[in-house]
Design a protein around this ligand. Structure first.
Ligand SMILES: Nc1ncnc2c1ncn2[C@@H]1O[C@H](COP(=O)(O)OP(=O)(O)OP(=O)(O)O)[C@@H](O)[C@H]1O
Ligand SMILES: [Mg+2]
Length: 228
């Protein structure tokens, strides 16, 4: 479903240039659960953003069901992202002065769908993550675990085929982390592909495949399920 072909990303120019990704190839099938691991600064977040149409690579291609993310204009790319991808960011990126429900509605704003349907879909997703009773609470007043569940609901609201999650359990206590892992496994069981960056051994255990990245390159796949 998702095909990353020889993707490189260079930030900055000349002497300040940083090669964050260096010729990455990666394929993700429908319903597959892939964990990306590697040291800090190795390019994991850059890769995830590139896979989801949020960061234009310096070279290479990202295809989703055969359509190229970065060979189309920004409006078409936004439409592709909305059709296929849900995101959970490393730092949740909730808008503090909006309510939980309003934050979950955000990806739908550009769809032209009427506000009532947007709200119903958002409330359905909050229910999925067990937060329906917090829907009218401002994001700034939620606990960290609740914020991550709102972020999860927001990743689901456009019914994506692919969820991209950057360290989704990093800031959570063990119980809430288990809950988020359970949800991600449920989505996988429903045929949603999950690609996540993690240092969490429990996520490594449930992944179908672990991709190691070092200095912007994927390293040879190993059968070991040890995380770095
Ligand atoms: N917008 C940017 N401008 C310049 N350099 C950047 C930018 N974003 C990332 N980098 C650099 O690119 C490299 C890869 O960064 P990236 O955020 O992808 O790493 P990461 O593997 O996600 O790290 P971490 O585990 O700490 O989150 C790092 O050296 C980082 O400093
Ligand atoms: Mg990162």
């Amino acid at each position: 479903m998702l095909d990353v072909q020889n993707v490189s990303k260079v930030y900055g120019h000349n002497r300040q240039a940083i090669r964050a990704l260096d010729g990455v190839d990666l394929r993700v099938n429908r319903g597959e659960f892939v964990a990306i691991v590697g040291p800090s600064g190795s390019g994991k977040t850059s890769l995830l953003l590139t896979m989801g149409g949020l960061l234009t690579p310096t070279s290479g291609k990202v295809l989703i069901d055969g359509a190229s993310f970065y060979d189309v204009g920004a409006p078409a790319r936004t439409a592709m992202r909305l059709k296929y991808c849900g995101f959970m960011f490393q730092t949740f990126h909730l808008i503090p002065y909006l309510t939980a429900a309003e934050n979950v509605m955000l990806p739908l704003i550009t769809t032209g769908m009427n506000a009532r349907s947007q709200r119903e879909m958002a409330e359905d997703c909050l229910q999925t993550v067990g937060l329906e009773q917090r829907k009218d609470q401002k994001a700034s007043k939620l606990s960290v675990g609740e914020m991550q569940r709102v972020a999860l609901a927001r990743a689901l609201v456009n019914r994506p085929a692919l969820i991209l999650a950057d360290e989704p359990t990093a800031n959570l206590d063990a119980d809430t982390a288990s809950l988020v892992i359970d949800y991600l496994q449920t989505f996988k069981a429903e045929g949603i592909a999950v690609v996540l960056v993690t240092h969490d051994d429990r996520l490594g255990q449930v992944a179908d495949r672990i991709v190691q990245i070092r200095q912007g390159k994927t390293v040879a796949p190993s059968d070991s399920k040890e995380l770095s």
